[in-house]
Design a protein around this ligand. Structure first.
Ligand code: SAH
Ligand code: SF4
Length: 350
């Protein structure tokens, strides 16, 4: 079966030409795929029945298979998709009151970086996703929203996996999200655990995509204990490439800080972070830890986080706490897959 979402516009044209179809049929089909974004061939009413039948017989509109879907009280939708080889990945849609609709998508099945508090890291690495598998996660949400008169407005690569460990496929997927889903680069965020060479490469791409970097700790010893990648590229190297990114792109960086009670939510930690980031154009996104089975840490409480934010502001650093979405359905960070594979109760805090 040919996956139509794998084909470029030229390839759609060649396919239909090889079936003896006139060129305008390819334009029509392309319009159904990426303008009307329908999810079935019957809806393609201006294509002749024989052509639709051949499309049904020989092609598919995407290869992701929905295994489970959960809906949170706050409207967050979390999906587990099975890939053609049985790998499981998750994708999340978060609706906001201001009409933003943000998809959080995965770049790999599993992850090789082993951050101790991350459910995906606790699973290990299975394989890279293809550009189409990454793109389709956003596409599936986009077409359903469109069928309801809504629009997917933002995409964040913060699901399972390390996007910069699958750099080429991620970049291709990002370009397709921009071109085929019409989502502006400024509405796309890619999050990395801190792969320094790829951050440099990304700076040179000339894209307006937001870069988020998972920091979580402000000294090497402590960061290495949580994020083993820090032993490969330490904070000095990371901060240095952040300066390069800032000078090359003129864009500010988002730093992610999973706030863990007693670990990195104290005033001392805030001062260390303030010193580390001084002079960088940046924003700190604080996410209270989602507890996972393999790590004993608990989320920081909001008073501690507010104090933390106040201290950062003394250093001229803006910071906000990200409201945790879909907490009742464990929509964060690889938790769905870990629940399906290894059912367990995850402590819930809100
Ligand atoms: N691999 C990339 C992107 C995926 S993880 C990265 O690490 O940046 C997206 C974000 O969720 C990262 O900032 C990651 O550190 C954070 N995260 C992972 N597990 C978490 C947990 N249990 N609670 C809170 N944040 C978590
Ligand atoms: Fe991988 Fe990111 Fe999880 Fe670390 S936090 S294990 S890099 S997905």
């Amino acid at each position: 079966m040919i996956n139509l979402y794998d084909l470029s516009r030229d390839q759609v044209e060649s396919l239909l030409a090889s079936w003896g179809q006139p060129r305008f049929r390819a334009d029509q089909l392309y319009g159904w795929l990426y303008e009307r974004r329908v999810d079935n061939f019957d809806a393609m009413t201006n294509l002749p029945k024989a052509l639709r039948e051949r499309l049904v017989a020989e092609t598919v509109l995407g290869t992701l298979n929905l295994v489970t879907e959960q809906r949170s009280k706050d409207g967050t939708i979390k999906r587990l998709h099975k890939l053609h080889d049985g790998q499981l990945i998750e994708a999340v849609l978060m609706p906001y009151a201001d009409h933003r609709r943000t998809a959080c998508i995965s770049s790999q099945a599993g992850c090789a970086f082993g951050c101790v508090f991350c459910a995906t890291g606790q699973m290990g690495f299975a394989r890279n996703l293809t550009a189409t598998e990454i793109f389709e996660q956003a596409m599936f949400f986009a077409r359903e929203l469109q069928a309801n008169g809504e629009r997917l407005s933002n995409v964040v690569l913060m699901g399972m996996g390390e996007p910069f460990h699958n750099y080429d496929a991620v970049l291709e997927a990002i370009r397709r999200i921009m071109d085929d889903l019409g989502i502006g680069a400024r509405h796309i965020t890619v999050s990395t655990v801190g792969l320094v060479p790829q951050i440099r490469r990304f700076a040179d791409e000339g894209l307006q995509v937001t870069l988020a970097i998972s920091l979580h700790k402000a000294t090497d010893e402590e960061r290495s204990a949580l994020l083993p990648v820090n032993k490969r590229w330490n904070l000095a190297e990371l901060i240095s490439v952040c300066h390069y990114y800032m000078e090359t792109t003129g864009r500010r960086i988002t730093f992610e800080w999973a706030a863990i009670a007693g670990e990195n939510d104290t005033p001392i930690e805030a001062h260390k972070l303030g010193h580390l980031l001084k002079g960088l154009m940046c924003h700190v996104n604080i996410i209270p830890l989602n507890p996972t089975g393999g790590y004993a840490g608990q989320p920081a409480d909001l008073d501690a986080i507010e104090n933390f934010i106040d201290i950062l502001s003394e250093y001229g650093i803006s910071a906000t706490v990200r409201v945790r979405r879909g907490i009742d359905i464990d929509a964060g960070c690889g938790q769905l897959k870990s629940n399906v594979i290894n059912p367990k109760t995850i402590p819930m805090t809100s």
